[in-house]
Design a protein around this ligand. Sequence first.
Ligand SMILES: [Zn+2]
Ligand SMILES: [Zn+2]
Length: 351
Amino acid sequence: MTTNRTVQTAADAALWLAVHRGWHVLPLNYGTKRPLGGCVGCRADNKPDHTPQTCPCLARGDGALCHAVWAATTDPEVIRRWAQRWHTSVWAVHLGVSGLLAVDLDTRPDPPPHQPLNGLPWPADEPPPADGLDTYATLAALSGGTVGTDTFTTDTPSGGLHLLYEAEALRWKGSHGKPRPGDDTVRTGLGWQIDIKAYGGYVVLPGSTSKAGLYRRSSTTTTPRPLDPWLADALTRTGHDRTAAPDARPAAPVPVLDAQTGPARYAASALRSACAELAEMEPDTGRNRKLFRSTTRLAGMALAGWIDRTTVETALAEAARHAGLPAAEIRYVLASGFGRPLAVPDIRSAA
Ligand SMILES: [Zn+2]
Ligand SMILES: [Zn+2]
């Protein structure tokens, strides 16, 4: 329930972590646990060069909530203003920019796959895991480590766990540990019901109360410790390390289109930038929404004859696959996006 008290508790906790730990925090929508919407101008801006890095709202530094997690701040004045203005009891930390990596262990009631660990056979004498906590404990044991809750740890209302570690901001890639539909083996991330969140990813902070209940810090320490060596090794083995050998991970698929002029060039550039952005998105940062919005924009351009529909579909599907969206979901989002093409922007004055 959102009461004055839950709102105050959550904001105080976020403020403390921003001031004392230098974490970049942001308020979330109480119902959806998503970042609050940015300004109308930023949402409507179709220009491919409008990114969080070039956004004038964020550059002002006065607390615009544009571009989701990219609005997160350590500024106490801005945090106090957000708390008064938005009155929400759910706050989050943007992990990567705060120098953090989160191991997010879930307890969804799905049946476990036959092989719950990515790249490691499940021990024959071990019962199948009941949830992400089980999967992670077995991975730790097989790797010669322990789960180690002596770092900053949060209990989630559903019985899950967030383990926060100090980690290089740009080094680690996020992932989602689940089998693809129809597959009985986990081939992405660390393992079943284990999500890794880092750059571009966020987790709800302890002290927050969502619809599901209270997020509670369960560690005595309020300081995240450096990644356990066994965990860093496991992350590297499963392709999470951006600094590993370049052939360890395929480059983001960015379509190369021939030099063109006018609207065709504009559309090609819009497609390229949509794909580049989408391909690097982490789980739970709105990949699905981003794919849909990019599709509606480019569908309009295809309808206007600026770009070929198949080119758009192929490139966006490839980028979305790279970001880890399941094939069935990609097909569905593309089809619904093409069903709702946006009017093309007036680019005569932009050239
Ligand atoms: Zn804005
Ligand atoms: Zn903006």
